[in-house]
Design a protein around this ligand. Structure first.
Ligand code: NAP
Length: 344
């Protein structure tokens, strides 16, 4: 197993992507240190009693960690650490002695009501805090940061069917600010400080830039991108875009591991899969009685507007073959049904 004898840290481990990453790392034999805001490492059978206690006496939420402590290999090789992005030095103990660090923690809020400070400070200050801890850890070989396509495409350049977006593209903070794109701004600024800090402190850094991540959640609480699929299925959100860009969470987790393990991996990697609106309609329609499309044309075999392209060249070098979007969507649907988020 590729991870035997290696110690790695994952920040924001209770999150959707990080949970799959922790699972994969444990399967590969790694010893994993996982940071969460509220550690809750208890034996599952005690959880009901302790949940009640916690609900009454603290803010800790067992649903943030019980899916992690229940993973195969967790008992032997998973340790939870308490850390907060906003607290300086919070990640020192997590990172000390590690071979690699995967920094995934960052607030994911896309609502127009989200305040810029809720996103930007934890994203930017948090990245600097994590990297500050990394700079103090001589054992460290590489840091992999979960960035986003949001730090790549939001720059006002036209996105037409002739456009090919690749890893040389950067989002423009001024454009993001002017257009109140707070989440893209948080990811853009966080990525910039990460590259500057890594250069200054000689840290081997790789950044990953997934599009919307879908697939079955391990955690019991809905995260934003899975909620988006739920809202398509239950009719709260209509299919209204020319195309949707989805990548499977299991492929994203694997890309993180590859980005750490492949010695020649470097720079930025966009992780993208594109599905035109009519294809999305055809996949979801049999699953959902409430599915809504804003365009009747979805029922034809043509998109109702053109879509931009994203270069796949760099991602291919990580050796990932993407799960077909149909499989990802169906697995998401099954998981949402199993977790009782949908009843049809
Ligand atoms: N899902 C997507 O479609 C997608 C696409 C591209 C990039 N990404 C990026 O992937 C990463 C993970 O996203 P996700 O979808 O897995 O989201 P998620 O499930 O909401 O996870 C976010 C994680 O960040 C943690 N976090 C937020 N604020 C924190 C703070 N102040 N201190 C410590 N931890 C904090 C959360 O901790 P709590 O559980 O305690 O709140 C949670 O563990 C993010 O960096 C996101 O920008 C996601």
């Amino acid at each position: 197993m590729s991870g035997e004898g290696k110690v790695v840290a994952v920040t924001g481990a209770s999150g959707y992507i990080a949970s799959w990453l922790v699972k994969l790392l444990l399967e590969q034999g790694y010893t994993v240190r996982a940071s969460v805001r509220d550690p809750y490492a208890r034996k599952p059978m005690l959880n009901v009693i302790i949940s009640l206690f916690y609900v009454m006496h603290t803010t800790a939420d067992p649903r943030k960690t019980e899916h992690l402590v229940g993973l195969d290999g967790a008992r032997e090789r998973l340790k939870l650490f308490k850390a907060n992005l906003l607290e300086e030095g919070s990640f020192d103990a997590l990172v000390e002695g590690c071979d690699g660090v995967f920094h995934t923690a960052s607030p994911v809020l896309l609502s127009a009501h989200a305040q810029p400070e809720e996103l930007i400070e934890p994203a930017v200050k948090g990245t600097l805090n994590v990297l500050g801890s990394c700079a103090k850890a001589p054992s460290l070989k590489r840091v992999v940061i979960t960035s986003s396509l949001a730090s790549v495409v939001c720059n006002g350049k036209p996105l037409t069917s002739d456009t090919v977006v690749d890893e040389t593209w950067y989002s423009d903070p001024v454009y993001c600010e002017e257009n109140k794109l707070h989440y893209p701004l948080s990811k853009t600024l966080a990525e910039k400080v990460a590259w500057d800090f890594a250069k200054e402190h000689n840290i081997d850094l790789v950044t990953l830039h997934p599009v919307v991540v879908i697939g079955p959640p391990l955690q019991p609480i809905l995260n934003l991108s899975v909620e988006f699929v739920l809202n398509l299925l239950n009719g709260k959100t209509a299919i209204s875009e020319p195309n949707y860009r989805f990548v499977d969470v299991r492929d994203v987790a694997l890309a993180h591991v590859k980005a750490f393990e492949i010695l020649s991996a470097n720079g930025r990697y966009i992780l993208d899969g594109m599905v035109p609106n009519y294809e999305l309609f055809k996949i979801l329609h049999p699953l959902s009685p409430g599915l809504v499309t804003l365009e009747e044309k979805c029922k034809d075999d043509k998109p109702f507007a053109s879509a931009y392209n994203v270069s796949q060249e760099k991602a291919k070098s990580l050796g990932i073959s993407y799960t077909p979007v149909e499989v990802s969507l169906k697995d998401t649907f099954e998981s949402l049904r199993e977790k009782k988020f949908i009843s049809f």
